[in-house]
Each structure stands twice: as structure tokens, then as C-alpha cells.
Design a protein around this ligand. Structure first.
Ligand SMILES: C[S@@+](CC[C@H](N)C(=O)[O-])C[C@H]1O[C@@H](n2cnc3c(N)ncnc32)[C@H](O)[C@@H]1O
Length: 307
């Protein structure tokens, strides 16, 4: 039997899952007072698994209206989404779902900050920036671990830096590196708006050189709690090696874009970014094994724990 909410279907053709079970309501049983839910066979489940799109016939629509009287159609449709997600083992986050997530997260922003952050999300070349929800994830990570000193490699217009810096306690610092001076005016504007300028030290230049200098400076070694890596993909291995020197024991290195639009799963991608990241991922996991995890969200984030 299914759960308390009924499923609707056209006999033998359309299936919904409810509470992880499959159910059938036969057409001839579908009256408001006579809804019988029958458990279905393995074979039918197999057929149901192949259905990717549901088209309601006019007859089924009639039943839908009937059920609408006491069950929420949206809920029924949502259950179908759940069913599809289940077959993929992991939820596919559509733009619409991401919008829903954002709308929940934005409830904790002031109207003014929400406006500023939304505008910054729509900036020219916004695809270079992490999405808002990812920024909130970084903010949460920093707050919940009590991190105080952060290294950021790849700043652009300072969007990710906002979430990092505003999560820091009194006296916290973001050491932010970028070689491009052009977007920095926008970044500073954003940081000023949030009153974060005192917490951010921006270093202009090639990340390799700056990291090398920092690594040979004794007080900087083991100074940082977290490093965020989001610059040249072909240099990720170097960034991680240097970051590991600069992060303290028990700290983490957070690396963005490691699933590169999902392309990393293919052999010959003809995509430079994907090829760099495939090589990088291979190296990362071979070298640090159990101390690495992958968060399959946004464009893929890998997190490396320094033992
Ligand atoms: C993807 S953007 C960073 C976006 C930012 N983290 C955000 O989410 O808002 C990458 C940045 O890395 C910088 N970058 C790339 N290669 C670099 C290098 N070798 N040294 C310093 N900065 C570099 C680029 O100038 C660019 O601004």
C-alpha cells in the first residue's frame, strides 16, 4: 500500500511513488469514496522506471480534478519529481529549484543587502562567480568551524569574499589574491557596502608568486584555517600544495569547479578546463585519499582536510 496521500495514474501506464513505494489506483476504482490502492508487481515497477514524462489523458485529468478536492496536485506532481530523482540516486538541481533554495536563504538578508547581492549576481561575467547559495555554504562552513583566518585564491569582483569575510569573527582576516586589477574597484564597492573592508587584505599579483612568498614567510605557515581555491584551473595542484603549507593542521582547502559542468566524467572532452580538472582530481585523490571529499553541488567542490 502507498502512504496516506493517494497516487493518480492511468491504469498500467502512469505511476507515482509515495513514501518510496509504488501504487496503482485503477480507473474503475477512482471515485472519491472508493479509492483503492493496490501494491504492484516488480515487473510494473520496472516499466514505471522507464517512464520519464507523464501525459495525462483527458480521463486522467478528470481523476486529477477529483483528487484535487482533498489532495494537493502540486504535491502529487512533486512526488513524481521525487521518483525521478530517486532513479538518479541524486537530486538534479534545476534553475527553478536553485531559485527556491535562494528564496529561502534570502529570507535572512536585509532588503538592501538582498538587493545588492542580487545585483552583484547579475553582473557582467557573473558566470565567473560562485552562486549565492554556494556563498552561503562557505559562510556557514566558516561560522560553524570558528575559522578566523582565510586565504582566498581568485577574487574577481569580490562576490565570494563577501560571504567569507562576513562569517569571520572580530579580528578575522581574508587574505585575497588576484592578478587582475580591473574588477577590484567593483569588489571594493561591494566590500564597503557590507562594512567588510577592514577584514579583507587584497593582494594583487600572480598567485604562484604570492603563495611562494607566503610559504617562505614563517608566520604565514600554518596561519590560515581555510583556503579557498578558485583561480587558473591548470595550476590547481600548485595552489593546493602551497595552501596546505599555509593552512594549519585540522584546517581545510576548499577547491571550486572540480566537477566542471559534469564533463570530468568523460574521456575525451575537448574542453581544456575539464581535462585540467580530470588530471587534478586524479592527483588529489591518489595523494590525499581519505582526506578528500567531493560535494556534488554547484560546479563541484572538493574539500581537502589537513591531517
Ligand atoms: C572564477 S574567478 C574567481 C571568482 C570568485 N572566487 C567568486 O566566486 O566571486 C577567477 C579569478 O582568478 C584570477 N586568476 C586566474 N589565474 C590567476 C593567477 N595565476 N594568479 C592570480 N589570479 C588569477 C582571475 O583573474 C579571476 O579573477
Amino acid at each position: 500500500m502507498s502512504g496516506s496521500m493517494p497516487s493518480i495514474q492511468k491504469k498500467g501506464r502512469v505511476f507515482f511513488s509515495a513514501n518510496n513505494q509504488y501504487s496503482v489506483i485503477h480507473n474503475n476504482q477512482m471515485t472519491e469514496n472508493n479509492l483503492k490502492i493496490t501494491k504492484i508487481s516488480e515487473k510494473t515497477k520496472e516499466i514505471a522506471g522507464k517512464i520519464t514524462k507523464i501525459k495525462f489523458s483527458s480521463k486522467a485529468d478528470k481523476y486529477l480534478k477529483l483528487i484535487k478536492k482533498w489532495a494537493d496536485v502540486a504535491y502529487i506532481r512533486k512526488r513524481y519529481t521525487f521518483y525521478r530523482a530517486k532513479t538518479q540516486k541524486s537530486l538534479k538541481v534545476s534553475g527553478k529549484l536553485l531559485g527556491y533554495i535562494d528564496s529561502l536563504l534570502y529570507t535572512s538578508e536585509t532588503t538592501e543587502n538582498a538587493f545588492v547581492l542580487k545585483s552583484a549576481s547579475r553582473t557582467d561575467q557573473a558566470y565567473m562567480q560562485i552562486p549565492y547559495s554556494q556563498g552561503r555554504f562557505y559562510e556557514f562552513l566558516i561560522k560553524s568551524t570558528g575559522a578566523k583566518n582565510i586565504l582566498e585564491i581568485g577574487v574577481f569582483k569580490g562576490f565570494s569574499t563577501v560571504f567569507i569575510a562576513r562569517a569571520l569573527p572580530e579580528g578575522g582576516l581574508v587574505y585575497a589574491i588576484d592578478r587582475d586589477s580591473r574588477p577590484i574597484a567593483k569588489a571594493r564597492q561591494l566590500w564597503n557596502h557590507f562594512g567588510l573592508s577592514d577584514k579583507i587584505h587584497f593582494e594583487l599579483g600572480e598567485a604562484d608568486e604570492i603563495l611562494e612568498k607566503l610559504s617562505s614567510d614563517k608566520p604565514s605557515v600554518g596561519f590560515f584555517d581555510i583556503a579557498f581555491v578558485d583561480a587558473s584551473k591548470e595550476k590547481y595542484q600548485y595552489y593546493v600544495e602551497q595552501s596546505l603549507k599555509l593552512v594549519k593542521k585540522g584546517g581545510v582547502v576548499v577547491i571550486d569547479n572540480t566537477l566542471w559542468k559534469g564533463l570530468v566524467q568523460y574521456n575525451n572532452t575537448a574542453d581544456n578546463g575539464a581535462e585540467h580538472l580530470k588530471k587534478f582530481n586524479q592527483w588529489l585523490h591518489q595523494t590525499y585519499g581519505e582526506n578528500v571529499c567531493i560535494v556534488p553541488a554547484w560546479d563541484g567542490i572538493s574539500i581537502l582536510y589537513k591531517q
